[in-house]
Design a protein around this ligand. Structure first.
Ligand SMILES: [Ca+2]
Length: 255
């Protein structure tokens, strides 16, 4: 009996400590401090009074809504989704943003529309010479200054109307890790890229030819290890943990 109580208590304490560490480090992002980038007419980013969410209402050319603050070695999380069934285009995120010719773009299209664009996710690096003011370069992910880093395309990889998804991004000196949770995506690691040379920059939201996209409850937390990675304990870790518990318990039992 002693064994059981001790075991449960120890596991509970470890779990509580882990949760407390995660919560303590998260800072809520106030979207009232953010600003629209790109031509003013391309988007209408309407921020809730409390700064916790924003709704973009224009079906237009590329539009960006980005933080005033510059970030690196951070984990970002929040929810997003489209609140209409009338369109199937792009929504997404920018990070490491230092102007319209220097940023990473993660975008997500509901439906294929020729090839390109395809249904699913694209991670791109936007550099000098990119024309992100017009429709075609970002619609096709091609042209000067647009370099596709990774893609995840296919049937069922698009977003679904009137659904919300949890987004998590780890952005560090060397890594980009992105996961999506919601609908048929269950804590799915969509992209995990390393060996990068990243710079600090703004974090922000992106729409192209898609209206009624809402982003809400975004937080940022300082992070240096496994940032944005889906939390699946490795078998070896579990085995060591279990052995440790057995060891501790047997020592206690012998007393
Ligand atoms: Ca559209």
């Amino acid at each position: 009996m002693k064994f059981k109580v001790f075991n449960t208590t120890l596991a509970g304490l470890i779990l509580s400590a882990t949760c407390l560490v995660n919560i303590a480090n998260a800072d809520i992002i106030d979207l009232n401090t953010w600003s629209q980038q790109g031509a003013a007419g391309n988007g209408n980013w309407s921020v809730a009074v409390d700064g916790s969410s924003v709704l973009q209402t224009i079906n237009g050319l590329p539009s960006f809504f980005v933080s005033n603050e510059s970030f690196i070695n951070k984990e970002f999380s929040g929810t997003f989704g489209v609140e209409t069934a009338s369109d199937d285009d792009f929504m997404g995120f920018v990070f490491g943003y230092n102007g319209l010719d220097d940023f990473y773009l993660f975008d997500w299209k509901q439906g294929a529309q020729g090839s390109p664009p395809q249904e699913g996710f694209t991670l791109s690096k936007i550099s000098a010479g990119a024309d992100v003011a017009n429709f075609n370069p970002l619609w096709t992910h091609s042209g000067v200054g647009i370099s596709v880093i990774d893609t995840d395309y296919g049937s069922g990889r698009g977003w679904v109307d009137n659904s919300t998804y949890d987004f998590t991004l780890g952005y560090t000196d060397t890594e980009i890790n992105i996961s999506i949770n919601g609908g048929t995506f269950i804590d799915e690691q969509v992209f995990s890229i390393n060996n990068l040379t990243n710079s600090a920059g703004s974090f922000g939201f992106y729409n192209l030819s898609q209206s009624l996209v809402r982003y809400s409850g975004f937080e940022e937390a300082t992070c240096t290890v496994d940032c944005g990675k889906v939390d699946i304990p490795e078998p070896s870790t579990l085995a060591i943990f279990a052995l440790g518990l057995i060891g501790l318990a047997s020592r206690r039992m012998k007393k």
